[in-house]
Ligand binder design. Structure first.
Ligand code: MTE
Ligand code: MO
Length: 377
């Protein structure tokens, strides 16, 4: 059984599939802390969890403009400076269920919990590429950095993805080869012993159980780079899709969700308001500057109070948690819909409906997030 190495998981995770294992954090547990506890952090595996002997582990680094090197775990810990960053990881399919309820979608079902924030420690990818001889001032032919995981399918094809090389080498590039998550060695599910943390970039490129780094002219030719994790027009379906016509998703769009209260929960109002909590996040290092919450279908909005990890300019890699006291119509009893939307520092904001952003893969759903609650007398 290729699934004989699967680790024990926290019983509170909401399981979306067993083999491969996919599970999300229950929404109400997401917004308690700025850092998501490791054992409650969502898990998105495409393949069985590989068994890795840390003593035998080697990372191979090769490709355009590099000399081929192999690094052990000890090399990574001793030859390079240790860096720590706070970064949010979100699956491009987060909030897919809202899209599938409009029109059927193939893909793992996710409510809004395929996201989490952690403090990651490891070595800087840039330092490793320079150690292998990459000279970012010379005219390198490399356009992409490809990553391969130790997990593979029955045919031996491994998980793979790539990022544009600029994301790895510019001044302030924070892409890590991480060996720790929130101060603990990575767990089996989250990529032990080493994974990529490409902050501001969609989950799929943050390759776990990292075995190989390749600089190259082309991007990764993997299934997940070429024929998945892309978005199309709402009218494009599997019979008409031209995968080559759309770029692989890298930096995710601005999004937000209401985590508390949950769907269909009873709420009592205090002084005519409902306390509402959630998260907001934008890719590419954009910070969230505002979250608006409405209880009357967007006619009036309450500006939420934001809290986030302090970030350097253009390097807001972590999500923003928010809370608001939202007024509801006087003496209202029964069902009411709460709505939230976020705006980032480029003034990108969220579209009001799912229909206009629906796509065959069900990715990047950032429509206004809506939660129905029952107001009690
Ligand atoms: N890396 C490998 N090797 N195998 C995978 O299946 N899944 C990717 C990415 N890296 C994956 C991987 C996807 S789609 C996401 S969203 C994130 O890992 C999830 O990371 P997590 O399970 O630590 O939350
Ligand atoms: Mo993902």
């Amino acid at each position: 059984d290729p699934y004989s190495n699967e680790p024990k998981r926290h019983p509170a995770l909401v399981i979306r599939s067993q083999k491969p294992f996919n599970a999300e954090t229950p929404a109400e547990l997401l917004t308690g802390k700025l850092y998501t506890p490791n054992d409650l952090f969502y898990v998105r595996n495409h393949l069985p969890v590989p068994a890795v002997d840390p003593a035998a582990y080697t990372l191979r680094v090769e490709g355009e403009g590099l000399r081929t090197i192999e690094l052990s775990l000890k090399d990574l810990r001793t030859k390079f400076k240790r860096h720590t960053i706070s970064a949010t990881l979100q699956c491009a399919g987060n909030r897919r269920t809202e899209m599938s309820s409009l029109k059927d979608i193939k893909g793992t079902t996710w409510a809004s919990g395929a996201i989490g924030n952690a403090e990651w420690s490891g070595v800087n990818l840039k330092d490793v590429l320079e150690y292998a001889g990459l000279d970012d001032r010379s005219e390198t032919e490399a356009g992409h950095v490809q990553f391969e995981g130790l997990d593979s399918d029955m045919e031996g094809v491994c998980y793979g993805a790539s990022i544009p090389i600029e994301k790895a080498v510019y001044k302030g590039a924070d892409v890590l080869l991480a060996y720790e998550m929130n101060g603990r060695p990575l767990s089996k599910d989250h990529g032990f012993p080493v994974r990529v943390i490409a902050p501001g970039i969609v989950g799929a490129r943050n390759v776990k159980w990292l075995s190989r780094i390749i600089t190259s002219k082309e991007e990764s030719q993997s299934h997940w780079q070429q024929h998945d994790y892309k978005s199309f027009s709402p009218n494009t379906d599997y019979d008409t899709v031209d995968w080559e016509s759309a770029p692989a998703i890298q930096e995710p769009n601005v999004t937000s969700a209401i985590c508390d209260p949950g769907h269909n929960t009873p709420v009592s109002t205090c002084e005519g308001t409902i306390p509402v909590k959630g998260f907001a996040y934008s890719g590419g290092g954009h910070s969230v500057i505002r979250v608006d919450v409405s209880a009357d279908d967007g006619k009036t909005w309450t500006v939420a109070e934001l809290s986030s990890v302090p970030a350097k300019r253009s390097r807001a890699w972590s999500w923003t948690l928010w809370q608001a006291e939202v007024p509801i119509p006087r003496d209202h009893v029964g069902s009411i819909e709460l709505i939230c939307k976020a705006t980032d520092n480029a003034y990108n904001t969220q579209p009001d409906s799912v229909a206009g952003v629906w796509n065959l893969r069900g990715v990047l759903n950032n429509a206004w997030h809506r939660v129905k609650v029952q107001v009690q007398e």
